[in-house]
Write a protein that binds this ligand. Structure first.
Ligand code: FAD
Ligand code: UQ1
Length: 444
């Protein structure tokens, strides 16, 4: 009896070793073992998560780092603006998650579903309990197409697209190509968004495409935004207003999309300054920037602020209550415009903050809110907006970046993807801060 038991235990051990080696070979784990511990656990394998995983690997060694990410594919979302306008393909914007995972780091291919920060533990959908010494939260934000009446089903119809999601970005390009005559309508929601410029970049590209194809005189181009301004930083807003006027684009401020009647090709907007007043716009093409919000998994986690965003110190990126928890990117309440450029600058600060906390020292490097938005204004021009928490321009190049530039377009379309895949994701690109200082040497 005893020897049968011993044999069984030996067999189970052998199987476990075998499973372990299979799993580590594929460098993923599906939740077969129920409890794991890592020195650093990163939640989310998007821009911020992969970059911080790479940096933490250098700090504590690959075997002490795990990244929890459910998706098989990792997408370079900034390319979707150009996919929606037909100048890049969706396949060029994606790589397998396995290929961007820092080698040797454990990929836990699941979704985090619960936090227990007092016990330094998170739980995954696959039933795994993971404990950590340090936690980096990089969960991104959530798109809420469902918050607009008629939209989820409306997106099944032609003539509607949205550059914000993988499933709908190619529909924008189809709608643009099939445009005959009428209104081309673009929306901007009444919530925080990622890459605040993307909602209007596609309008400028639509205008350019229609001029190129001789359809412009048949199109009435309308940008309806919930905001009271065209762009949050005056220097760039002034430049954009000039473009809007010169290209005959119609901008309606404080207009919030609330309903889509796709069968009738109608979009209903609420006037945010006159409660109860709505206006119906017929469309031949509609581009939707959906309402966005924090990851719902943060709700009730004691990690979130009153708005549901991860509650971090705006200079150090350390959580305000739990000193071994840190945040980066779109899921945080950092009061800056959410972007991959912001994530890049945040990685350099967060790397330093965590190093200091690990040594039981006070974090010293301060994030200034750096963010950037390459405002694509045609198929070969970009206004490169770069600014800080206070909305002050923080331009990298010693030129006036509010002017439309072909070189900046080349940078956005051809150089930036390399900087993303080979620099940011490998933890080697911490934003242009140090280069800005060199570029401006001897200048005011
Ligand atoms: P993400 O990169 O979105 O990653 C979040 C990750 O968390 C995802 O991989 C997701 O699968 C994972 N996740 C979610 N929930 C869970 C869970 N429960 N458990 C585990 N994992 C989870 N930025 C620029 O700088 N320049 C641009 O020109 C630009 N243009 C853009 C254009 C478009 C159309 C879009 C959509 C975005 C653009 N951005 C741009 C914004 C940029 O892509 C994001 O700000 C950036 O990717 C944010 O990184 P993140 O790590 O915070 O989130
Ligand atoms: C950037 O660092 C970055 O992340 C890699 C982006 O996301 C794709 C950007 O769009 C921009 C503009 C920057 C900032 C980089 C420079 C060189 C100004």
């Amino acid at each position: 009896m005893a020897s049968a038991l011993t044999q069984q235990v030996a067999l189970v051990r052998k199987c476990n070793r075998c499973l372990y080696s299979v799993r580590s070979h594929f460098h993923t784990s599906s939740g077969l073992s129920s409890k794991d511990h890592y020195k650093v656990v990163v939640l989310g394998g998007g821009s911020g998560g992969i970059a911080m995983g790479a940096r933490m690997k250098r700090k504590v060694g690959a075997e002490h780092v795990a990244i929890v990410e459910p998706s098989e594919m990792h997408y370079y979302q900034p390319m979707w603006t150009l996919v929606g306008a037909g100048s890049k393909t969706i396949s060029a914007s994606g790589r397998s998650t396995a290929s961007v995972m820092p080698s040797g780091v454990k990929w836990i291919k699941s979704r985090v579903v619960k936090f227990a920060p007092k016990n330094n533990t998170v739980f995954t959908e696959s039933g795994k309990e993971i404990s950590y010494d340090y936690l980096v939260v990089a969960l991104g934000l959530q798109l809420h197409y469902e918050k607009i009446k008629g939209l989820p089903e409306g997106l099944e119809y032609p003539k509607i697209g949205s550059n914000y999601s993988l499933a709908t970005v190619e529909k924008t390009w189809k709608a643009l190509q099939n445009f005959k005559e009428g209104n081309a309508v673009f929306s901007f929601p009444n919530t925080p968004v990622k890459c605040a410029g993307a909602a209007q970049k596609i309008m400028y590209l639509t205008d350019s495409y229609m001029r190129k194809t001789g359809k412009r005189s048949k199109a009435n181009i309308i940008y309806n935004t919930s905001l009271p301004v065209l762009f949050g930083v005056k220097k760039y807003a002034d430049a954009l207003w000039e473009i809007v006027k010169s290209r005959d684009l119609n901008v309606n401020l404080r207009h919030n999309l609330i309903e889509v009647r796709a069968d009738k090709q109608e979009a209903v907007f609420a006037n945010l300054d006159k409660p109860g007043e709505t206006k119906v716009f017929e469309y031949e093409m509609l581009h939707v920037t959906p309402p966005m919000g924090p990851p719902t998994v943060l709700k009730g986690s004691s990690l979130e602020d009153e708005g549901g965003w991860l509650d971090v110190n705006k200079e150090t990126l350390q959580h305000k209550t739990f000193s071994n928890v840190f945040g980066i990117g779109d899921c945080t309440n950092l009061p800056t415009s959410k972007s991959a450029a912001a994530v890049a600058a945040q990685t350099a600060v967060l790397d330093r903050t965590i190093t200091k906390v690990m040594k039981k020292e006070k974090p010293d490097k301060k994030y200034d809110g750096y963010t950037s938005c390459p405002l694509v204004t045609s198929y070969n021009t970009v206004i490169l907006a770069e600014f800080d928490y206070d909305g002050h321009p923080l331009e990298t190049f010693p030129v006036d970046q509010s002017k439309e530039s072909r070189i900046m377009y080349h940078m956005k379309a051809d150089i930036m993807p390399h900087l993303y895949w080979h620099g940011l994701l490998r933890g080697l690109w911490g934003g242009p801060g140090p280069y800005r200082k060199i570029m401006h040497l001897g200048m005011k």
